[in-house]
Design a protein around this ligand. Structure first.
Ligand SMILES: [Zn+2]
Length: 310
């Protein structure tokens, strides 16, 4: 697993690492699906490397254990991983709680040869208690500890936390970088071109598509019907019948992709802006309807007709 793009960000991080501070607090800010967590792991690898190499020598025991952790996360392996790295994240839809920060505080007290790294993903999910507990630790960080907080928006964090961190702002990925990433992962040139064109600088869409190629196709089918100037009654009835058999999770993935596609088409002028705004409004109602158990066929047809008819 390699970090794609982000040359400037890597350079900045290695400058900090070269200064050999006793402890570090980083804040990585940038869009979802852009590689913040992976680069955080490589930064941890460098910090814990026995040879003190920027993003790790890749050969020492510590580096190998960090590589195992990266493989566990991204390839689903189950290897012995680096015990000096702790990842904190929120459970789906929930806050990061004070109990999780207390675990962190215990963790950094444990003995280790090189130090400890704590990565807090989506740090804006910390509730007030958790934020305050973390703040206390950041104010007097113990030696040989690195904190890396990731967030999509630093304004959602306590300003006192933000001011204690080195801030690394992540730029969006370039279309070419995404294209290359996709072709290296077995996507055909045509698919890679199509997906990178609508990826909006991140790999979120790729993550949705890679495990669900069938859902991607269905999303494209729905978008085609939306973009057609004519009513396609048979088309939508037929598609709604297929979508009716899927579960909620699959439906939500499809319409997340539909939204990205329509947004891109709107920016390009291929979909008019009023229709897109109507779509967003109706999409919200649609999500509520699906969650409350409305028949999917009806919800899908309703979404189509309300946008096309309105
Ligand atoms: Zn190493």
């Amino acid at each position: 697993m390699e970090v794609i793009g982000h040359h400037r960000e890597k350079e900045l991080i290695s400058k900090y690492l070269n200064r050999n501070f006793p402890s570090y607090s980083f804040l990585f800010e940038g869009k979802e699906g852009i590689g913040k967590k992976l680069l955080a792991l490589y930064t941890a690898k460098g910090f814990l490397c026995e040879k003190n190499t920027n993003f790790g020598c890749g050969e020492c025991k510590s580096c190998r254990l960090t590589d195992n952790l990266i493989s566990n996360i991204y390839n689903g392996t189950n290897l012995t991983y680096n015990p000096d790295i702790k990842l904190v994240s929120s459970q789906e839809g929930k806050d990061i709680k004070i109990s999780q920060i207390r675990e962190v505080i215990d963790f950094i007290k444990l003995k280790s040869s090189k130090g400890k790294v704590v990565i807090i993903e989506n740090a804006e999910k910390m509730n007030m208690e958790a934020s305050n507990a973390l703040l206390k630790t950041l104010e007097e960080p113990p030696k040989n500890v690195m904190f890396i907080l990731t967030t999509t928006n630093q304004n959602k964090l306590l300003p006192t936390i933000v001011s204690r961190c080195f801030k690394i702002k992540f730029k969006q990925l370039l279309k070419d970088e995404i294209y290359r990433f996709l072709t290296e992962r077995g996507f055909s040139e045509k698919e890679a071109k199509e997906i990178s064109a609508i990826s909006e600088g991140s790999l979120s869409l790729f993550s949705l598509i890679k495990d669900n190629p069938k859902l991607y196709q269905l999303a494209k089918d729905f978008a085609v019907l939306m973009l057609d100037n004519n009513f396609r009654i048979e088309g939508i009835i037929n598609l709604a019948d297929i979508l009716d058999k899927l579960d909620n999770r699959e439906i939500f993935i499809i319409f997340q992709i539909v939204q990205v596609v329509l947004h891109k088409k709107t920016l390009k002028g291929d979909f008019d802006i009023e229709s897109y705004e109507t779509f967003l409004k109706e999409y919200e109602k649609f999500q509520q309807a699906i969650k409350s158990g409305v028949k999917k066929k009806l919800a899908v047809e309703g979404l189509y007709f309300n946008v096309k008819g309105g």
